[in-house]
Write a protein that binds this ligand. Structure first.
Ligand code: C2E
Ligand code: CA
Ligand code: CA
Ligand code: CA
Length: 274
């Protein structure tokens, strides 16, 4: 080590630069990824706990970048939200998901994640209606999954859009339920059709207190007439607890991992409603 002080300084300053550059490179790659058709959707099945039937599937975005390999959504969705790319990207996902669901057995639902940025953008409701019309999927088969960040925006635009979508028969699901600051407050103010208990609670179901919270959420859903889904169900023991407490739906690796559209279609043919 010739001059550690100088090396540290040199590391720090250009290091910051490198981070900014890496971030910028990611933005540029993302920008071109859509026209280059590098995005794809996987589908993860949703099961009715009582009947064991697969009643729907959630679309989960994947980015297969030739340079980066497969990039997980937690890495690129936040960047896409900041740059605004999430709007065309989300619209693509909605169309692609509905197109896939068009060949599923009647009544099987398709769930699509929607970012707050998308919901706030003008013309969102129109793009949803158009995706349904184009695919022929009935509105009652579509579920839009939103997180509390969507509801933190109390602007009239978001409320109006949510109401408009519900009036069409589209279901609104509150994702990652229990992780935010005021999950209960949102339930009181916003009409939602479903809550998805965050997988951190399910993972920790062996804990006495966590189990009590989960039981309470399930009871709350029953009182309010809201469907309760448990996410991240990985073991039979977890499923047994959920079943014992009257949880309606489950999703997780135990039931099925996110899979290609063709695989999910095969699964649906064997395990769906009819
Ligand atoms: P999410 O909506 O909460 O989706 C569930 C995530 O949990 C998925 O991660 C899924 O692969 C994973 N998962 C499912 N079952 C299990 C399980 O049993 N155990 C564990 N440990 N994990 C499980 P994924 O696909 O990486 O997606 C991460 C997040 O990215 C999603 O969380 C969602 O918030 C976001 N996302 C994915 N696709 C889209 C999209 O098309 N649009 C938007 N706006 N966000 C998306
Ligand atoms: Ca989700
Ligand atoms: Ca979730
Ligand atoms: Ca999440």
């Amino acid at each position: 080590a010739k001059s550690e002080g100088r090396n540290l300084y040199r590391f720090f300053e250009p290091g910051m630069d490198a981070m900014v550059q890496a971030r910028r490179a990611l933005e540029i790659d993302l920008e071109t990824a859509l026209p280059r058709q590098e995005f794809d959707l996987d589908f993860q099945p949703l099961m009715n706990i009582e009947s064991g039937e697969i009643i729907g599937a959630e679309a989960l975005m994947r980015w297969h970048s030739p340079a980066r390999g497969t990039v997980v959504p937690d890495e690129f969705i936040p960047v896409a939200e900041e740059t605004g790319l999430i709007v065309p990207l989300g619209e693509w996902a909605l169309r692609k998901a509905c197109a896939a669901a068009a060949s599923w057995p009647a009544g099987v639902r398709i769930a699509v994640n929607v970012s707050a940025v998308q919901l706030r953008s003008a013309g969102f409701a129109r793009s949803v209606i158009s995706a349904l019309a184009f695919s022929g999927v009935p509105a009652g088969q579509l579920e839009l999954e939103i997180t509390e960040t969507v509801l933190m925006d109390e602007s009239e635009t978001v409320l109006k859009t949510l109401r408009q979508l519900r009036e069409l028969g589209i279901r609104i699901a509150l994702d990652d339920f229990g992780t935010g600051y005021s999950s209960l407050g949102y339930l009181r103010r916003f009409p939602v059709d479903k809550i998805k208990i965050d997988r951190s609670f399910i993972h920790d179901l062996g804990n006495h207190d966590t189990a009590a919270i989960v039981r309470t959420i399930i009871g709350l859903g029953a009182e309010l007439g809201i469907t309760v889904t448990a996410e991240g169900v990985e073991t039979e023991a977890q499923l047994d607890i959920l079943r014992g407490n009257g949880c309606v739906e489950a999703q997780g690796y135990l039931i099925g991992v996110p899979s290609k559209a063709s695989d999910i279609q095969r699964l649906l043919k064997s395990r769906a409603l009819h």
